[in-house]
Design a protein around this ligand. Sequence first.
Ligand SMILES: Cc1cc2nc3c(=O)[nH]c(=O)nc-3n(C[C@H](O)[C@H](O)[C@H](O)COP(=O)(O)O)c2cc1C
Length: 260
Amino acid sequence: MINKFSIKPPIVQSAIAGIADKVFCQKMLNFGAGMVILGGFPADKLNYEASLKLENRGRTEFLPPTNVKDFSEWSKNNLILSKLINNQMIAVNLRIVSIDRLSKMWLNTLENKIDVLELNLHCRQNEVLSIGGGENLLKNMSILSKLLFEISEIIQGVKIGVKIRGSSVREIEPLIEVLETHPISYIHIDLMVKGENRANLEQLGAVSEATRIPVIANNSVRDIEDIKKMFKIGACAVSLARPLINKPEFIATLIKQLEV
Ligand SMILES: Cc1cc2nc3c(=O)[nH]c(=O)nc-3n(C[C@H](O)[C@H](O)[C@H](O)COP(=O)(O)O)c2cc1C
């Protein structure tokens, strides 16, 4: 069950929690990004409570953007962006562990606003891990599979991607086996190497080879040569986060260099 999926231009702004809000992502679209990713945002009760705890210890970028009461108004004002070119895509990165009232609200509001829901299997903050969320969802394939099934039943007009941290995946095959049974449009992989400023390109090669699902490569993309290497190894697109926080226009420079 694999959707056709391509990102043009193949450079993506990766999720940066509360920093990647409507204003930031609109800037990225205006600079020509092929896809922008809003959030990540907490999208069920447990993740909402976990985010409040994160905020309490000073991680203000994890502050939930809205509460249940104001959700409808907030989503109308904060999830609709303008595309410069028709084929640009707008995604939202969500932290969900279960389908409850809040996550149903989130999922039901995405259609006609957002092209892609990116399920966060990447977060490793303790507050999120302790509720079984973020990368802890990778620990039990049947729970993950059930969640993906429930999500895909609700958001039939919206594509689904997953964001993973490669270093947290002990065995890639069982994960790919599960992902390939669902309508997953892409695997977005953070290729971080602990303690080093480089991407794990061997892992990119292994994942790209193991699946027909398009792979977005992330981490330590700092110049056009990094990007070219990742494409050669099998990435369908690359993404950046930290370099864009203080220099959003950097994405336009990379896109221009790619076109030359
Ligand atoms: C402040 C901050 C917040 C982040 N928030 C999220 C998030 O909410 N969801 C997510 O999937 N990744 C999040 N990330 C991870 C980035 O999307 C990206 O995977 C990581 O920073 C490595 O890419 P880079 O080397 O281009 O920064 C965050 C990163 C930073 C620095």
